[in-house]
Design a protein around this ligand. Sequence first.
Ligand code: NDP
Length: 308
Amino acid sequence: LNILFLSQIEPPERWLPGLRAALPADRFFTLDAYDPAQIDIALVACPKPGILGALPRLQLVQSMFMGVDPLLADARFPRTVMLARLIDTGMVNAMGETAIAHILDWHRHHYAYRQDKLARRWNRLGQHLPSDRMIGILGMGELGTSVSQRLLALGFGVCGWSRRPRQVPGVQGFHGDAGLQALLAQSDALVCLLPLTAQTRGVMNAANLARMKPGGCIINLARGAHAVVPDVLAALDSGRLAHAYLDVFEVEPLPQDSPLWAHPGVTITPHAAAITEPRTAIQRIAANIELFRAGKPLPNLVDFGAGY
Ligand code: NDP
């Protein structure tokens, strides 16, 4: 198979030695030297818009990221070609660590103690048990499900929201619009792990934040456009939300003039909740390509109709 490595941000030298070792029978090309007519598979991370449509023999696009919304936003993306998401155990574990770090920061009031330290204020806050807290997870896919199991292991209550009904052990499941309202009404904290689609854009808005239990937090680890920033800031200012942990933003890097930078109620991380990890991702990519070579069905293909 002829495989084109297409990325404007992932350096080929970080990936190609491992890929060549895992798939010794195949030929890898980079943008420096390739024949568009010969490419069977494209490995992509933020490719130049339009470039995939110019590969006439292309049969499979394998994403090097778990989220594919930027690919689907390109109107010239060839929708007759299979698009496989990357499900990388290294990334799934990293996302679990990030979610737990933020949940514990909020649960143990560390976000408040950081402010107290700046003010030289000794102010011990009340203790909650994890079982006092209900964590609502928006998006119960690969990432949301994994995070739910880590939270349950720590003793937190967990409820989860998906598009279709979904049973996950220990998690109270909700789906659809009515399900979202029911989940919000009992959630102290929200962890967003949704794909960005027309239906999920702006889900953390004023009306939905107002339905959460007061004094909670939101943790957006999915896409910036899931949170309506002025609504989040208003909820923080009114005390409705205690804290917002934001990893993703509509414009990245977050512009210097964003009010989020200076707000004491906001923790910012630079889209670093889970970073693609070649050491674990390459095995999964190679396994997918072997399935493709054998003509077997591929897991984690994107449903173009659903948008994820
Ligand atoms: P999956 O596709 O495995 O899961 C998506 C989940 O969201 C599913 O449970 C799905 O429901 C649910 N969902 C989709 N649309 C709706 C809707 N309209 N209403 C309710 N639920 C909905 O995705 P992953 O878990 O692998 O990844 C989630 C997202 O995380 C990615 O799309 C990406 O944007 C983001 N991400 C962020 C990273 C970071 O560093 N910050 C790193 C990696 C990913 P159903 O179960 O019914 O299909």
